[in-house]
Design a protein. Sequence first.
Length: 477
Amino acid sequence: MKKKSSYINRYEFVSLVRQRWLQFLILILTALVLFAVLNGKQRVDQRLSDIQSAQETVAEKDSIGIILLDSIEAGFTVDVPRWYMPDQPNVMGYSYLRVAAMPPDEMAIIATGQSDIYTHYVKPNMYGESFELNYTELSNPVQLMFGSFDLSFVLIYLLPLIVIAFSYNILSQEREQGILQVIASHPVSVFRWLLQKALMRYLLLSGILVALLVVILTFAGVSLVEDFEKSLTFSFLTLGYLLFWFILACLVNLRGQSSANNAVWLIGWWILLVLLVPSSVNQMANSLYPVPSRAKLINELRVVNAHAEEKADELLEDYLRDHPELAGFEGGSVGWQEYFATQDLIKSEIQPVLDEYEIRLKQQQDWVDRIRFISPALLLQSSFNEISGTSTRHYEHYRQQVSEFSVVWRDHFLPMIFRGEKFTKEMMPGLPEFKYQHPTAYRLSVTNTFAVFIFCSVLLLLGALWSMQSKTSLLTH
């Protein structure tokens, strides 16, 4: 039996290697992976360039501010409008900002995720609130509609099509060409013989794919060793997804239909699992848990602002009563004091809308997380986004950090404004700086990896049961 299995494997390998269509598929796969990785690298490089450009602008403005402060402290007259004078704390808090940036992850080349929707840096100032910051990126609407051509797109959407082209006729072709009758002289189980053929094709394609990914990602500057756990999880997810489609192709072939019929069935499964199910899940999440519109937030903010301006004097008294450390100083601008006092009222009034937004967003994400097990494509997409650092969770974590930093930035200048103090050159190095903290490790990718292989095991079991209920020998087919 071992000799027969070895003979079948050798025959299958030799016949595959001699096929020109295999060489064509390898060429297509190489071109797709190379283009996707280079496209992802260009996107990441642009992201780094934007952040660096913003930081250089801040550094250039800081150097100008230091020169102005030095001239002011030396008693020279500077030809700058009063509202641009850097010795005023409110001017420093509004004009001399820090860049709150979210640098790309080491594996960001793999998946675009939410990075084409959200911006990667903002400059919080002391006026307004953190919820007024715009985190969305101005993007091409056509690109947003069709998505980005990244590595995750190739692996999730296009790789199954290559597997289908590679295995839709793995059994039916043998029957149609009359080869099956020759092999049927050996008492070999149909299912076992089919698995041997599929396994040889799977090993060949997975070996080519892994080699391509390692070479091209390394060429693009991705260090696969630096974060070995992510690299390993990414590899297992990809190979498990590849195995799923090969097993599904075997099940379809076991139906005993023609090659054309098998191709139609496999394309149908691809449309269902890769296109219809993920889009339906996203649409249902938006319908079940709609997020409040930004227009509603802006309208509520205008109403609250108008109400706060009418009660500015009263609010200032309450604010100083709650913050005695800021009371009792002369020289501070009453107008600015009233402005910052009204911000507490605005924040408390607008908080229910913000809370509703947070709750709805979390409900959407939780619902998608629960339902993702119905499709391997959903499992891979959520995992690739997590590995790449471009998931919704990462951007929400970044937004919370910016919100906390905006409070720190504002509180740094408030005492000086209420006390009527001047900003000096010596204070420049003490300005708060934003440092992005990566979120804690999330085990979603590991869970999804196990789920993909459970999918494969279930399909394999179904195939074994199916072959047992039908005929178990090639002689009967």
